[in-house]
Ligand binder design. Structure first.
Ligand SMILES: *[C@@H]1O[C@H](CO)[C@@H](O)[C@H](O)[C@H]1NC(C)=O
Ligand SMILES: *[C@@H]1O[C@H](CO)[C@@H](O)[C@H](O)[C@H]1NC(C)=O
Ligand SMILES: *[C@@H]1O[C@H](CO)[C@@H](O)[C@H](O)[C@H]1NC(C)=O
Ligand SMILES: *[C@@H]1O[C@H](CO)[C@@H](O)[C@H](O)[C@H]1NC(C)=O
Ligand SMILES: *[C@@H]1O[C@H](CO)[C@@H](O)[C@H](O)[C@H]1NC(C)=O
Ligand SMILES: *[C@@H]1O[C@H](CO)[C@@H](O)[C@H](O)[C@H]1NC(C)=O
Ligand SMILES: *[C@@H]1O[C@H](CO)[C@@H](O)[C@H](O)[C@H]1NC(C)=O
Ligand SMILES: *[C@@H]1O[C@H](CO)[C@@H](O)[C@H](O)[C@H]1NC(C)=O
Ligand SMILES: *[C@@H]1O[C@H](CO)[C@@H](O)[C@H](O)[C@H]1NC(C)=O
Ligand SMILES: *[C@@H]1O[C@H](CO)[C@@H](O)[C@H](O)[C@H]1NC(C)=O
Ligand SMILES: *[C@@H]1O[C@H](CO)[C@@H](O)[C@H](O)[C@H]1NC(C)=O
Ligand SMILES: *[C@@H]1O[C@H](CO)[C@@H](O)[C@H](O)[C@H]1NC(C)=O
Length: 746
């Protein structure tokens, strides 16, 4: 049956040939008559559907229902036997009156967008469903809800049931209902928000061979009772206890996923008897004890293995040659010792190798090289301390993460099909290889914090798909490349030796949300027209699904984060000059704006008041950028000392009212206790960094009442410090430790 879903063309062909044959019979009213009841039931079902894509338009135009899209009839009786509407953009009601079709044996409504499931009322009880063998209502989005499964009871022939992604949390008797289905072989209830797992005496899974209860909210002790399974998927619940011995006696078990639970104890070596096993995921539990060759002694079919996030003590013999060849191996966050595990070198067909954060420093150069060149899909080696020169290699994977190691020498050659490469935080040196010019699929390039030098190659304009380009904290020189990908969302050139002017092109990138050119030798004026950075003006969709990336600059300044919802514009510490273009203050989605340490001149316009997302603003150390006439920091519960000898003293005390922990002129003198952590004299890197962390995640409001009284609100302060303009050239800090409770906007 499953063949139908995976081989749609074949199915359609089949339907076509059978149904056209029927059409003639039906309309001719000679051989068989169209069944009135089936016809009526189908129309009732159709009535609730919102078919805005016209996928079942044949349901109105054609007289013979056997010729309708997705309907399949018996070729002798002309009665409906199958309905398959997978992937058809159906919306509206999923009316289960369809189960009233007397001869229906196959129903697949998965991968649609039905809004609600209608269960026929008592008067229209489902009485004719005993022929149904296959029922799949899974993967409808947004999530469907169902209060009860009692309607399943008459389905005595049901062998395959898939209700994944239907919210069933109100059905506390799901197991009792399911266990009365006498023929059930496969049960898929993943992401159903189920809470209630039955106690042992109710367990009756004799007939079931495939059981998927993953991604629910079960809390139970794993016990005996899985009688005849070949497939058990319990990923991501709150299952505790030890692995019961009965589970490891299931000689036919092929797929076992217990990952992301709270299982404990050690793994019995009888695991090694499960010779049919090809998928074993037991990582992310609280297992302990030894894992050795014995655990895998007969697992000759094993294909995918996940032991990650665990405290196992790995004791594989140095010369162990496993009986299997894996395609997928995850050992991340385990303790592998300082040597790369030898047995992995024997794996000839790995597609995914995930061994990040596993304490590895040493590899066998020759074997390691040949291994990672073979891997065809993903290499995750991040957060080890591997010291190796891989410049001669050609890596064939599509996703490469070798960041936070100590790779040296030149950059390796990488597959032209690669999607994402992260080589940050290593000791790579030299220039970007010529062979990279063919990476036309590349989305993410991260070379942050290496010792790379030379110019960025001209062929960067070939990398048309590039969305994130991070070459910061290196020794690159030359000018910013022209004609870069229009898809760029993140550009980081920070802390290099780039020179020349900033081209207008850079400000025409409509997806850009993060631009950091700080700490270079750029000169000239800022292009006037920044308004084409439309993603900084209004938020539109970004493809940046990556979670927060934290980048630490070498030694000073601060940690900064890239998140899809944060907008950053940083040109600080260059030799830029001329007027600050007024358009800049119309990039109202900006959270961080830093123009400090340049030679800009200009006035900040009142439109700055509409930059309501601003969290960090630094215009200090410029020639002459005069700030607002009136400052109001009142009622923010700021903490610490107001820096002395600054423009801040020129505002009167009422600007600071409502900040009981703030001290120093023009307020009261500070006592020693109050001086930390915002002490301006004490502003070395460590204390700044400390105060940054302290400030993270709290909210506060600060009002700058400009000449026209516009209110300037700052929310979600993360950097916990705020630099203001200063002609003298001192750094000015107000350290702001804010209590969320006293958060006010006035
Ligand atoms: C019956 O079907 C045949 C074949 O499709 C067709 O040639 C014939 O005209 C039909 N007869 C009637 C009465 O519709
Ligand atoms: C049908 O679906 C379309 C597309 O989602 C929607 O615009 C329309 O309002 C829906 N109609 C009804 C009657 O629900
Ligand atoms: C009817 O269908 C059966 C299988 O369901 C097939 O073996 C048979 O050849 C078909 N008969 C006709 C006339 O198409
Ligand atoms: C419908 O089903 C319910 C519950 O299964 C049952 O109590 C009721 O008697 C049935 N009604 C009819 C008309 O069959
Ligand atoms: C639902 O589960 C059945 C087995 O019960 C399986 O054959 C089918 O592929 C699953 N459907 C989807 C959409 O994954
Ligand atoms: C998960 O189950 C626990 C009790 O076991 C319950 O308190 C919690 O609300 C459930 N969570 C969800 C999302 O249903
Ligand atoms: C277990 O499954 C096999 C086939 O997979 C079947 O022959 C056997 O009868 C089943 N055992 C039980 C106890 O149901
Ligand atoms: C399972 O493995 C253990 C050793 O790991 C062995 O003693 C036992 O005989 C095996 N049982 C079966 C049924 O193969
Ligand atoms: C893991 O198991 C140990 C005992 O083996 C226990 O002390 C610890 O609390 C468990 N941790 C979690 C997160 O359950
Ligand atoms: C990385 O390698 C360099 C030699 O290239 C060495 O000086 C440095 O100490 C290493 N760093 C670490 C963290 O091992
Ligand atoms: C801004 O973008 C528009 C449309 O893409 C383009 O026509 C215009 O020339 C751009 N502005 C500048 C100053 O390049
Ligand atoms: C603050 O201290 C200075 C001396 O450091 C003193 O002259 C001044 O009167 C003090 N001001 C207040 C308000 O205590």
């Amino acid at each position: 049956m499953t063949i139908f879903t995976s081989q749609m063309p074949l199915l359609l062909l089949l339907l076509l040939s059978v149904t056209t044959f029927h059409k003639s019979m039906c309309t001719n009213h000679t051989v068989v008559r169209c069944n009135e009841k089936d016809h009526e039931t189908l129309l009732t079902f159709k009535h609730g559907i919102n078919d805005s894509f016209g996928r079942i338009s044949t349901w109105s135009t054609k007289k013979d229902f056997c010729a309708w899209e997705g309907v399949h009839c018996d070729n002798i009786t002309g009665r409906v036997t199958e309905i398959n509407l997978i992937y058809n953009h159906m919306e509206g009601d999923m009316n289960l009156c369809i189960l009233g079709l007397e001869f229906l044996n196959y129903l697949d409504l998965s991968w649609n967008h039905f809004d609600v499931i209608r269960i026929p009322s008592i008067q229209h009880n489902i009485t004719h469903s005993s022929k149904l063998v296959y029922l799949d209502l899974s993967y409808n989005y947004p999530i469907l809800h169902m209060d009860s499964l009692h309607w399943l009871s008459p389905l005595s022939s049901l062998k395959y049931l898939n209700l994944s992604w239907i919210d069933l949390h109100k059905e506390t008797n799901w197991f009792q209902v399911v266990s009365t289905l006498p023929s059930l072989l496969e049960l898929q209830l993943s992401y159903c928000n189920l809470n209630n797992f039955p106690s042992v005496e109710y367990l009756n899974l004799y007939s079931i061979v495939t059981l998927d209860l993953s991604e629910n909210n079960f809390t139970f002790h794993l016990h005996d009772g899985f009688f005849n399974l070949t497939y058990l998927h319990l990923r991501d619940n709150n299952i505790y206890g030890e692995i019961p011995s009965s589970l490891l006696n299931l000689q036919n078990l092929r797929h076992l996923d217990l990952s992301y639970n709270q299982l404990q104890g050690s793994i019995p070596s009888t695991l090694g008897n499960l010779s049919s096993l090809n998928y074993l995921f037991i990582g992310s539990n609280n297992f302990s004890g030894k894992i050795s060759n014995l655990h895998f002694s007969k697992l000759c079919s094993l294909d995918e293995l996940d032991l990650s996030n665990s405290n196992f003590v790995f004791q594989f013999d140095m010369d162990w040659v496993p009986p299997f060849q894996l395609s997928h191996l995850s050992l991340s966050n385990t303790n592998q010792g300082s040597h790369f595990p030898f047995w992995i070198y024997t794996q000839k067909s790995l597609q995914v190798l995930d061994i990040l954060s596993s304490g590895i420093s040493f590899v066998d150069r020759k074997k390691f090289s040949s291994l990672i060149e073979r891997i065809s899909f993903q290499i995750l080696l991040s957060n080890n301390l591997i010291f190796e020169d891989i410049s001669k290699l050609t890596l064939n994977c599509l996703f490469l993460s070798v960041d936070h190691n100590n790779f040296t020498g030149g950059l390796p050659n990488i597959s032209p099909m690669a999607f994402e490469i992260d080589l940050s935080y290593n000791s790579f040196s030299g220039t970007i290889p010529h062979s990279w010019k063919n990476m036309k699929e590349l989305r993410v390039m991260n070379l942050w914090s290496n010792r790379l030098s030379g110019k960025l190659p001209l062929y960067f304009s070939n990398l048309k798909q590039l969305q994130t380009m991070n070459v910061g904290e290196n020794e690159f020189s030359g000018t910013i490349p022209v004609g870069m990908s229009q898809n760029l969302e993140v550009i980081i050139l920070r802390a290099n030796q780039f020179e020349g002017t900033i081209l207008q092109q850079l400000f025409n990138l409509s997806y850009l949300i993060f631009l950091d050119l700080a700490h270079n030798k750029l000169s000239g004026s800022m292009p006037k027209c920044v308004y084409n950075l439309t993603n900084m003006v209004t938020i539109h969709e970004t493809s940046l699904f990556t979670t927060t990336i934290e980048l630490f600059t070498k030694g000073q300044d601060y940690v900064y984060e890239i998140q899809p919802e944060r907008r950053t514009f940083d040109l600080s510490a260059n030799s830029l000059s001329g007027e600050v273009p007024l358009e800049l203050f119309r990039l109202v989605q900006l959270q961080t704006l830093n123009l400090s340490h340049n030679n800009f001149i200009g006035t900040i316009p009142k439109t700055i008041g509409s930059m309501k997302n601003m969290e960090s603003l630094d215009l200090s150390n410029n020639n002459s950028v005069t700030f607002l006439g009136y400052l109001n920091l009142s009622y923010n519960n700021f903490d610490g000392r107001i820096p002395t000898g600054t423009q801040l003293q020129s505002f009167n005390a009422s600007s600071y009212i409502g900040n009981p922990k703030l001290c120093g002129a023009p307020l009261n003198n500070c006592t020693r206790k109050e001086e930390n952590p915002g002490n301006a004299e004490n502003e070395n890197d460590e204390s700044i960094r400390e105060s940054l962390y302290l400030g993270m995640g709290v909210g506060f409001a600060v009002g700058f009442l400009g000449i026209f009284g516009s209110m300037f609100l700052i929310r979600k302060w993360r950097h916990a410090y705020f630099r203001l303009v200063n002609r003298v050239g001192d750094y000015l800090y107000v350290t702001l430790i804010v209590k969320l409770n006293s958060f006010r906007r006035n």
